[in-house]
Ligand binder design. Sequence first.
Ligand code: UD1
Ligand code: CA
Length: 476
Amino acid sequence: MTGNNLAIIILAAGQGTRMRSRLPKVLHQIGGRPLVGHVLTTAGRLEAEHVEVVVRHERDQVVAALEKDYPAAVFIDQDEVPGTGRAVQVAVDALPADFDGDVLVLSGDCPLADADTLRSFLDAHRAAEAEATLMTAVVDDPTGYGRVIRDADGGVDRVVEQKDATADEAAVSEINAGMYVFRVATLRKYLPSVGVDNAQGEMYLTDVPGLLRRDGSRVAASVVSDVTVTYGVNDRAQLAEVGRLLNRRIVRRWQLEGVTVIDPATTWIDDDATLAPDVTILPNTHILRATAIAEGAIIGPDTTLVDCEVGADAIVRRTDATLAVIGAEATVGPFSFLRPGTVLGARGKIGAYVETKNAEIGEGSKVPHLSYVGDATIGRGVNLGASTITANYDDVNKHRTVVEDEVHTGSHTTLVAPVRLGAGAKTGAGAVVRKDVPAGSLAMSVAPQRNIEGWVEKNRAGTGAADAAARTRVAE
Ligand code: UD1
Ligand code: CA
């Protein structure tokens, strides 16, 4: 079915006024990619000979957002003549003159039509041997859509836009989904006859079925049973609703692949993310972009992972991480902030209130509490004591900290970079390490403690502290 004789035209030139946005409508994102990106991804699965995207409003921005990810797409500029009919016409004009197959027309703002739905739609068109086939759906609330008007025999007669509909026509609940298959010859023949004499002064693609019928040609309709595949985005409320439906579909796909998702309603998984069997996702978790999670890992609750790699059986809870790699059986969280370039080795630990950035932390190494580790290379079996901080920034440049295998730092150690701690070295509590520490050495930088006896009673007479101290002395 695919490959042969198919061109796909994606309409993306409209402004999307109802979004009230400076961003073109088709670039608004759901599931980690622009609306029109979903349509292009699906188009790619159909392996058409030609994929064209019609652009006009903010065309440079739209093209720039898409050309890298969809190199096979050809961008076609619509001229000043408005309307979906004109959009398709400029795209058809750009097809090779000897192309004589079918044209599948899709809208850049309808991201939920999946490849299986479109394949059956094409099959239905070819089986019906129609000049044109419309995808239609029967909906509870047809407001805003074009209505499909049938003739006495139940065949498609024409499509009437909401703004041009009489009260009777507006009451029809079968809507035009905005997806069509046409023989390219049909479009070449009929589009030149489409005028702009309508409520919106636009060339309507939806005039073509009526023109065909007037000539006695056959127009088929393929009524989809799952109306959600036809949902388009015209405003921000629909953006959220369509985003939710897409997410529900993605979550379900992973559930069927063996992923436990405790609460689908609060679990958001982008289309590009991949999850292995026996992963468990706890509530309120966002698995974004190209994040990949290996078998048995437990993620969440309250966790956001952007472009992260999580190893098998790792546990990541209440964490915010971007471009980080978390090794197998490692544990992260709660309340950890992993910034780009964090690489945590197998069985490692990044614990509570720890921030990391551009830091390699070796196998089995632990940063358990209250630390900042940035621009650092940490070896294996290292334990950074509570509140160990890499002072990586000297107000002008960033510098690297190197901590070799089996180093243990005391609580509240400050590592002033550039600095190196040799294998097995230790630091005393509160140490400020400004010089390299040779392997096996203990670094101390805090002055020996001096106790001044009686200081409180002398200098803080009458306070609770002085009274408490006095009572202790009497008791002795
Ligand atoms: C269109 C259909 C309507 C159908 C609905 C389904 C027409 C006239 N109406 O209405 O019957 O029920 O889709 O969602 O076709 N576009 C261009 N160039 C233009 C105008 C629009 O490329 O000059 C693109 C838009 O970017 C959008 C798509 O075409 O991706 C649909 O345009 P839109 O204005 O949203 O049409 P609807 O009013 O939704
Ligand atoms: Ca629309």
